[in-house]
Design a protein around this ligand. Structure first.
Ligand code: GDP
Length: 329
């Protein structure tokens, strides 16, 4: 197909004025892996860099079944009822276009999907977390340029996608379900340490006592963690909510904004965003280098040197030095 030149300025204007179709097109562009599209995507992101608009970026994680979709639906609707414009994005490396994506199944987000103040975009497909995360991070930038007030970035609570989401969020919220006994659920310490707010969902009906107990257990566990400089007194916090009954959402929002306001005033938010930009720069460069290594001539060289190592004809040290020298060009 011949390359039809894209009017980047027109697309950038469309995004800036908050046109949904322009935003959707822009996200499709940044998701494309075609080289010519990539050049356009880079130009578009550059065109939208200024004037700077910032949304509150909220990362949301939780294992399947804790109620993420239900929470995003009710919390998102709670926000749009206050005239906030809400974008919902996701990082789900296992997802494909046809299904499997946490947001692909929009049945639980019916109301929000029809809400004119909300914009929902499923996770880009792809097997590699790095690629999916980059595209979601760029979609965050587009949504900010489009003037959204709040961006919810959802991920399943398995593996490294949580780190990726925490690295593109101002606040990281961990959603949990009430535990059966009085033991803490098998939440990894590293994930607890990332959380700014733990929300124990399903605090309704028969589950309410268990939710209250689980919340108290986590509040206790959070107090044992090392104090972080970006936290005012009392944070990180654990609260109960019911996404189904839309209970506790207002308290959760108040806590989020209180924390974000404090961090904003102390300079933590701005500092964190700079650190995040550097983090992703490093990640993207490393990913680019690996892609180069796996392409063409470098791959042949790698195989040839690998064969020498395998046959015991060259030491690992020697082969590595030769490979790195070759890459220097
Ligand atoms: P996800 O896999 O984390 O996105 O979870 P879903 O939002 O799909 O919810 C999983 C199940 O939990 C569904 O049957 C929901 O109806 C139910 N659920 C979600 N939130 C609540 C809640 O606040 N209370 C109760 N009782 N059930 C809930």
């Amino acid at each position: 197909m011949p390359h039809v030149p894209l009017d980047i300025d027109a697309l950038a204007d469309g995004v800036r004025t908050g046109e949904r179709r322009a935003l959707s097109r822009a996200i499709t562009l940044i998701e494309s892996t075609r080289e010519d599209h990539r050049q356009d995507a880079i130009a578009l992101l550059e065109a939208l860099r200024e004037p700077k608009r910032e949304a509150l970026r909220i990362g949301l994680s939780g294992t399947p079944g804790v109620g993420k979709s239900t929470f995003v639906e009710s919390f998102g609707t709670f926000l749009t009822a206050q005239d906030k414009r809400v974008a919902v994005l996701a990082v789900d490396p296992s997802s494909t276009r046809s299904g499997g994506s946490i947001l692909g199944d929009k049945t639980r987000m019916d109301r929000l999907a029809r809400d004119p103040l909300a914009f929902i975009r499923p996770s880009p497909s792809g097997a590699h977390l790095g690629g999916v995360a980059r595209r979601t991070r760029e979609a965050v930038a587009l949504c900010e340029a489009a003037g959204f007030d709040v961006i919810l970035i959802e991920t399943v609570g398995v593996g490294q996608s949580e780190t990726a989401v925490a690295e593109m969020s101002d606040l990281f919220v961990l959603l949990l379900a009430p535990a059966g006994g009085d033991e803490l659920q098998g939440v990894k310490r590293g994930i607890m340490e990332m959380a700014d707010l733990i929300l124990v969902n399903k605090a309704d009906g028969d589950l309410k006592p268990a939710a209250t107990r689980t919340c108290a257990d986590y509040a206790g566990a959070l107090r044992l963690l090392r104090r972080r400089p970006q936290d005012p007194d009392g944070f990180p916090k654990a609260l109960t909510v019911s996404a189904l009954e839309e209970d506790g959402l207002s308290t959760a929002w108040d806590e989020m904004t209180a924390l974000d306001d404090w961090r904003g005033a102390q300079g933590h938010r701005a500092r964190r965003r700079k650190e995040q930009a550097l983090y992703w720069f490093g990640e993207d460069v490393r990913r680019g280098l690996l892609a180069q290594l796996e392409a063409g001539a470098a791959q042949d060289r790698l195989s040839a040197l690998g064969a020498e190592v395998e046959a015991g004809k060259m030491t690992v040290a020697e082969a590595t030095t030769r490979m790195l020298d070759a890459l220097k060009g």
